[in-house]
Design a protein around this ligand. Structure first.
Ligand code: CA
Ligand code: CA
Ligand code: CA
Ligand code: CA
Length: 275
């Protein structure tokens, strides 16, 4: 019978396994597979740059009894760059001594990217601005170091700077307009170290009469120091001192103990007669 022949060769398709998320539909009469909603590459089982969806499709005729067969439909899924890199913090803070030479390690920034493929999850680092040629970043590791030849001493920086605010970027491997980026701030404070010598303001020549009473002020000496918080202490260096008579003859300390003739206040720098 014509009707029976038609039913015996009329095929119907359906998905019987491999699509727990319900992402696919199949046209029952033509077998055409269609996506009903996007697949999430990162949620698919497997590793590497391509993932597979293995669907089991059943085809049946309409005979009495119906006969059927199974086939496997393998769908290859590629990754889309739909995850941006993310820094593990939005602000990094670090203090560096002003005498840190080129190559000194400052801080390491780090970002991760949740895409499933190597290309789309690969992160490179850049300093976008704020480094003033004083700092560089390793594009692969995110390690920020003092630039070779840079001097962090605020007094030798133009413009004078004791703080740097760097904007660093993490870029993924997305191509062209697909590339995604995250930014973070790195605040670097330059710490003063004692690297400047104090210098005296010349006290000039002081003349005092021989009968000056003990404890009289001879002169206040003043020194300056360009370090940020200079703590100056004054003392008399007797090894460099000498005494001479009116005629210009050197006086020996064994004849007259001139080293004990004056004292200096260690903090105020005031020189007084002592004996
Ligand atoms: Ca990505
Ligand atoms: Ca992705
Ligand atoms: Ca100093
Ligand atoms: Ca200093």
């Amino acid at each position: 019978m014509a009707t029976a022949r038609t039913s015996n060769s009329e095929l119907t398709f359906r998905i019987v396994a491999g699509d727990p998320g319900g992402n696919f539909t199949i046209d029952g009469s033509t077998g055409q597979l269609t996506l009903t909603r996007p697949l999430d590459f990162e949620a698919l089982f497997g590793e590497g740059d391509t993932r597979m969806v293995n669907l089991t499709v059943q085809v049946s005729d309409k005979g009495q009894p119906p006969l059927s067969a199974l086939c496997r439909a393998q769908v290859v899924v590629t990754d889309q760059n739909d995850e941006a890199p993310r820094f593990d913090r939005s602000v990094y803070t670090k203090t560096v001594p002003e005498d840190a030479p080129g190559g000194t390690r400052v801080i390491q920034v780090s970002a991760s990217d949740a895409d499933g493929s190597r290309q789309n999850s690969r992160v490179v680092y850049r300093i976008q601005h704020g480094a003033q040629d004083k700092f560089v970043i390793d594009s692969t590791t995110g390690l920020i170091t003092v630039a070779q030849g840079a001097n962090l001493d605020p007094d030798l920086s133009r413009p004078r700077a004791a703080n740097y605010k760097l904007t660093v970027a993490a870029l993924d491997g997305g191509l062209g307009a697909d590339q995604l980026v995250d930014v973070a701030t790195v605040n670097i404070t330059i710490q003063d170290v004692n690297n400047k010598l104090p210098s005296f303001t010349d006290p000039g020549l002081v003349t005092i009469p021989e009968d000056t009473p003990l404890g009289s002020v001879v002169r206040r000496v003043v020194a300056t120091d360009l370090d940020a918080v200079p703590l100056l202490r004054y003392s008399i260096d007797h090894s460099l001192g000498e005494a001479r008579t009116e005629e210009g003859t050197l006086v020996r300390a064994s004849d007259y103990n001139f080293t004990a003739a004056f004292q200096i206040h260690p903090i105020e720098g005031i020189v007084r007669t002592a004996r």
